[in-house]
Design a binder for this molecule. Structure first.
Ligand SMILES: C[S@@+](CC[C@H](N)C(=O)[O-])C[C@H]1O[C@@H](n2cnc3c(N)ncnc32)[C@H](O)[C@@H]1O
Length: 214
C-alpha cells in the first residue's frame, strides 16, 4: 500500500520525477476546469495577474494569452513546480510577459496593491492558514481587485461520496475540504466583499471569489 503522506505530498509539494509526471498530468486534467473558472471573472487585456500554486504552469500560459498586454506572475512553494512552470512558459518569460518564483502563499514576495486578479487553481486545500493566507492575497490585490479559487473537490459536491477518503488525509497533512458555504465564509472572514461561490454541479466544479474592498 502506497504511503499516503508521499502520495498527497506529490499534490501538496511535487518533487522529483514523480512530481514532474504529476505536474504534467495536472496540466492536462485541470485544463477544462481552469477554462471554466477563468470565465467567471472579467479579465482585461492589460491586467497584472498572479497565479498562486502555479504547479505545471498551464494556468499562467492561459492567462498570458487572455491578458495579452498584461503581465502574469506565478508563485509556488515547490522548486519542481517553479521549474515546470518556467519550462512551459519560456517564450513568455523571454518576452518579459511572465515571471515565476518560489514562494509561499503565506508570504507573497510582492508589494501591496500590485495585482488586478489573483488566481488559485486546485491549491487552496493545502494552504497552511486559509483565512490568513486569503488576507495575504488581499494585501497584494489592488482595491476592487479579485481573488478566485477554482476547485474540483469540495464537500457536498457531486463526487463527494467518492472523495470521502479525503477526510482521512487530514490525519497526515493540512487539508481543507470545505462546503460551498464554508468557502463563502472563509472569504468573508478574510474581509472580502462581493463574495460569490459558483458551482457547476454536474461536473463537480466550484469556484469561490471575492473582491478587495475599495
Ligand atoms: C494540486 S497542485 C495544482 C497545480 C496547478 N495550479 C494546477 O491547477 O494544475 C497544487 C500546487 O500548489 C502548490 N502549493 C501548495 N501549497 C502551497 C503554498 N502554501 N504556497 C504556494 N504554493 C503551494 C503545490 O506545490 C502544487 O504545485
Amino acid at each position: 500500500m502506497p504511503d499516503p503522506v508521499k502520495v498527497i505530498g506529490q499534490f501538496n509539494k511535487p518533487s522529483g520525477w514523480l512530481g514532474r509526471l504529476n505536474l504534467w498530468d495536472m496540466n492536462r486534467r485541470h485544463s477544462a476546469l481552469t477554462d471554466w473558472g477563468l470565465k467567471q471573472v472579467s479579465i482585461s487585456s492589460g491586467d497584472t495577474i498572479l497565479d498562486v500554486g502555479c504547479g505545471g504552469g498551464r494556468t499562467i500560459n492561459k492567462l498570458a494569452v487572455i491578458a495579452r498586454e498584461g503581465k502574469i506572475y506565478g508563485i509556488d512553494h515547490a522548486e519542481t513546480s517553479v521549474a515546470a512552470s518556467g519550462k512551459i512558459n519560456r517564450k513568455w518569460i523571454e518576452a518579459g510577459r511572465v515571471e515565476i518564483q518560489q514562494a509561499s502563499v503565506s508570504h507573497l514576495p510582492f508589494a501591496d496593491q500590485a495585482f488586478d486578479l489573483v488566481t488559485a487553481v486546485e491549491t487552496h486545500y493545502y494552504w497552511p492558514e486559509l483565512v490568513a493566507d486569503l488576507r495575504e492575497v488581499m494585501r497584494v490585490l489592488k482595491p476592487r481587485g479579485t481573488c478566485i479559487i477554482i476547485a474540483e473537490t469540495y464537500k457536498g459536491g457531486k463526487f463527494d461520496k467518492k472523495l470521502r477518503r479525503l477526510e482521512e488525509l487530514k490525519k497526515y497533512v493540512q487539508y481543507s475540504h470545505l462546503t460551498v458555504e464554508e468557502h463563502r465564509e472563509v472569504f468573508v472572514r478574510a474581509g472580502y466583499s462581493d463574495v460569490q461561490v459558483v458551482e457547476e454541479y454536474e461536473r463537480g466544479w466550484l469556484c469561490a471569489m471575492g473582491r478587495k474592498p475599495a
